[in-house]
Design a protein around this ligand. Structure first.
Ligand code: 5GP
Length: 126
């Protein structure tokens, strides 16, 4: 399968420094920053620095080093923002993909959301 990456997406511009961001954590392969339209007191987006559209793209083509770095960074953000159940009250991770996933920005991002009770996972189907 060939994945197409659009390097004009907003997160690519953030990674190139063309648009500012509120950084929470930066590692060799990963950037985490606050969502501009936070849905909860904690709402951080964790993105790989590499050009990956979705989680399935990343898992198929990223290096082991990128996958390890990204996975560890997500956990670090949970601890840094104190939503980890060890320090806080828990969180939800979301990675939207494609049309049915209602993905707005076509660069892989994991939402780390917490700081309030989030309710059920999905809305009932309409
Ligand atoms: P998606 O629907 O693709 O999973 O989520 C995209 C997220 O990116 C949304 O929650 C939206 O608020 C956030 N977002 C869109 N543009 C920007 C931006 O320029 N800066 C930041 N920090 N977040 C953005």
């Amino acid at each position: 399968m060939a994945y197409h990456y659009d390097d004009q997406n907003i997160f690519a511009k953030i990674l190139r420094g063309e648009i500012p961001n509120d950084t929470v954590l930066e590692t060799e392969h990963t950037l985490a920053f606050r969502d501009i339209n936070a849905q909860a007191p904690t709402h951080v987006l964790v993105i790989p620095k590499g050009s990956y559209v979705t989680f399935d793209h990343f898992s198929a083509e990223a290096s082991d080093a990128e996958i390890i770095d990204f996975t560890r960074a997500i956990g670090a953000v949970c601890r840094l923002t104190e939503v980890s159940p060890d320090a806080g009250n828990g969180y939800r991770l979301i990675a939207n993909a494609g049309r049915d996933g209602v993905q707005e920005v076509p660069h892989l991002h994991v939402h780390v959301i917490g700081g309030r009770v989030l309710g059920r996972m999905l809305q009932p189907a309409r």
